[in-house]
Design a protein around this ligand. Structure first.
Ligand SMILES: Nc1ncnc2c1ncn2[C@@H]1O[C@H](COP(=O)(O)OP(=O)(O)OP(=O)(O)O)[C@@H](O)[C@H]1O
Length: 239
């Protein structure tokens, strides 16, 4: 098989908190897995099992205590923030709560444009075309572009968050309970956008959830986490 996109080996994260950092929590313990190009890998486990910590470690948003993370065959365990910067466009994250990802003072147009300004050299006209096509891709009309996040529903805002991410055509996405705060019908809209995008683009996803049904509809393989450790590895393609 080809080189994995992500390879995680013996990853451990210990948090020290409280007075004099005396409280010690082993949030992730000796976790190893691979994620191949185009694959959607589910990470399932109850609250506090370490799922979010794994997602953040893989993206190098936090430092591991020990273990190794490789991206496209390159060891990124100890690369600096500066060295990670070029990879930030390729490696994205979507969280549960859309409002935490959206600047309330910006109009939807600016919100979707911002990553293009940050990471691309596109002209204003090229950006404009991309923004309009993206807003239609996520099932909203152009009228929404002049609105503010508070004027949209939670589900619409989460679609905007997705638009902001997908417009950069990332290679890897950590989806950390992206639909957990939404109604079931609205959840389905988000999942459908992700599914459709994956049919048209090469995107690998680490999909974090405690919802088994959701994981089953979307993921090629599932890793079960319990108390920071891998419990079970099910391959839906071979089982
Ligand atoms: N910054 C931190 N400092 C100390 N302990 C932490 C920190 N972040 C997480 N933890 C602890 O590490 C453990 C794993 O947390 P984590 O958020 O990764 O779990 P989770 O499976 O994503 O949970 P949830 O589904 O509730 O988000 C928990 O016991 C949590 O309290």
């Amino acid at each position: 098989m080809s080189l994995p996109l992500i390879e995680v080996k013996n990853l451990t994260k210990v948090y020290h908190s409280g007075l004099f950092k005396r409280e010690v929590k082993v949030a992730v313990h000796d976790v190893s897995f691979t994620l191949h190009t185009g694959e959607t890998l589910g990470l399932i486990g109850e609250s506090g099992s370490g799922k979010t910590t794994i997602g953040r470690l893989v993206l190098r948003l936090i430092d591991p205590t020990s273990g190794r993370i490789s991206y496209k065959g390159r060891d990124i365990t100890h690369v600096s923030r500066k060295e990670m910067r070029p990879l930030r466009r390729e490696m994205q994250i979507i969280f549960q709560d859309p409002e935490s990802s959206l600047n309330p003072k910006m109009r939807i147009y600016q919100i979707i444009e911002e990553p293009l300004l940050l990471y691309t050299e596109l002209s204003p006209k090229e950006r404009d075309e991309k923004i309009r096509s993206m807003v239609s891709y996520i099932g909203l009309t152009e009228e929404y572009l002049s609105r503010y996040p508070y004027q949209l529903s939670g589900g619409q805002n989460q679609r905007i968050v997705l638009a902001r991410i997908l417009i950069l055509e990332p290679e890897f996405l950590v989806a950390d309970e992206p639909t957990a705060s939404l109604d079931v019908s609205v959840q389905a809209q988000i999942i459908e956008i992700l599914k459709r995008w994956k049919q048209e683009h090469t995107l690998s996803i680490l999909f974090i959830s405690h919802d088994e049904d959701l994981i089953k509809t979307l993921c090629d393989r599932v890793i079960q986490i319990h108390d920071g450790r891998i419990q079970d590895l099910q391959d839906r393609n071979t089982s």
